[in-house]
Design a protein around this ligand. Structure first.
Ligand SMILES: Nc1ncnc2c1ncn2[C@@H]1O[C@H](COP(=O)(O)OP(=O)(O)OP(=O)(O)O)[C@@H](O)[C@H]1O
Ligand SMILES: O=C(O)C[C@@H](O)[C@H](O)C(=O)CO
Length: 330
């Protein structure tokens, strides 16, 4: 099964949300208390997805707000350098700062992220900074759930969603749940459900779907049945190293398997998964094949140090898939 897009569009994807800084521990396999040096990368889930898609050859744009400082300028320059259109990345004029994510790599299984996100510029994107003429140039509007956490970014995203719906732009909602940006899980569930019901494609981990449902332990089948009453026609639920499922409204279910690899750190998996999944859909691949691209892309990124710069090329992804398929037939 293939997924259809409006092909008469200049941009394959426009992402909305945060573009921030990741500071990844250089001395890994130890707690952050003992880490003295960090490597700087562009980060933030929607930025990572746009970067990953652009590296795969999609034409990507970004809607967001950057701090008027050295970090903001670094982010814009890096995103431009990988081919992303930054014309709709506005600069904050009120002194808000860039979000920082320090990553701790204690072991390949034990990674965590320490976020500095008080009063960050990205959450000050306002509805007036979301431009219909830009959104209607896209095949996909990629929405990050974290951008719904606070006003005015929340309203900016809701406006973007409405404009996408009015202009036949497919809305892909990446749940991207970051607990510390929200007041409560009740609040998250309200906004996640609101946007998921209006989206065409919803992507998240099982835990993130639990947050949307506001339950401890949810069930894939119940949630997809519920969401298929609304706009979604494709729902992807990720289960970490156990792999992923894509559910189509037409009734088909597709299973994605994780590609075993030498893991350096676990974060970055979700963003690399989404960028390659969307690349595969936009380039007309079948959904089961899109899950292979996604899983291979994630396996490559978890074996490397960063989330953004480590995003693979199409050749690297296809080589990994081919190697795995060759092994299966040996
Ligand atoms: N340790 C791993 N080794 C190989 N592939 C992995 C590993 N962890 C995750 N993946 C791949 O990445 C996909 C997404 O992973 P996961 O469900 O952890 O997403 P996520 O929680 O959104 O990721 P992130 O940690 O970046 O937030 C999985 O379906 C799997 O294909
Ligand atoms: O999403 C963030 O703000 C942090 C990311 O950039 C980080 O690399 C990560 O968690 C990726 O999953």
């Amino acid at each position: 099964m293939k997924y259809e897009f409006n092909l008469e569009r200049e941009y394959d994807m426009i992402a909305i949300g945060r573009a921030c800084i990741d500071l990844n521990a250089v001395e890994y396999n130890r707690p952050m208390e003992e880490t003295m040096t960090f490597h700087k990368y562009v980060g933030g889930s929607p930025a990572n997805i746009a970067i990953g898609s652009s590296k795969l050859g999609l034409k990507a744009g970004f809607i967001g707000k950057l701090a008027d400082d050295q970090h903001g300028r670094f982010i814009k320059q890096y995103m431009k350098s990988v081919g992303i259109d930054t014309s709709n990345m506005v600069v904050d004029t009120e002194g808000h700062k860039t979000g920082l994510a320090f990553t701790e790599i204690k072991s390949p299984e034990e990674c965590s992220i320490l976020m500095y996100r008080d009063d960050v510029a990205d959450l000050y994107l306002s509805p007036s900074e979301v431009n219909e003429d830009y959104i209607k140039k896209a095949k996909i509007l990629l929405v990050s759930g974290t951008a719904l956490a606070k006003s005015p970014s929340r309203e900016a995203v809701l406006k973007a969603v409405r404009l996408a719906k009015q202009n036949d732009v497919k809305i892909v909602f990446e749940l991207d749940y970051r607990p510390y940006t929200w007041e409560s899980t009740e609040e998250t569930a309200v906004y996640y459900s609101l946007v998921a019901e209006q989206s065409n494609v919803v992507i998240g981990t099982r835990d993130e779907f639990n947050v949307m449902e506001n339950v401890q332990v949810g069930n894939n089948e119940d949630r997809i049945r519920y969401l298929f009453n609304y706009s979604p026609d494709l729902i992807v639920i990720k289960h970490g190293v156990e792999g992923s499922y894509a559910y189509a409204k037409s009734g088909e279910t597709f299973r994605g398997h994780a590609y075993l690899t030498k893991v350096l750190k676990t974060f970055g998996a979700g963003d690399s998964f989404a960028s390659a999944f969307l690349y595969a859909l936009v380039t007309g691949k079948e959904i089961d094949s899109a899950l292979k691209y996604a899983s291979a892309s994630a396996a490559i990124v978890v074996s490397k140090h960063s989330s953004s710069e480590a995003m693979p090329t199409v050749e690297e992804i296809e080589q990994l898939i081919a190697e795995h398929e060759a092994k299966q037939y040996c």
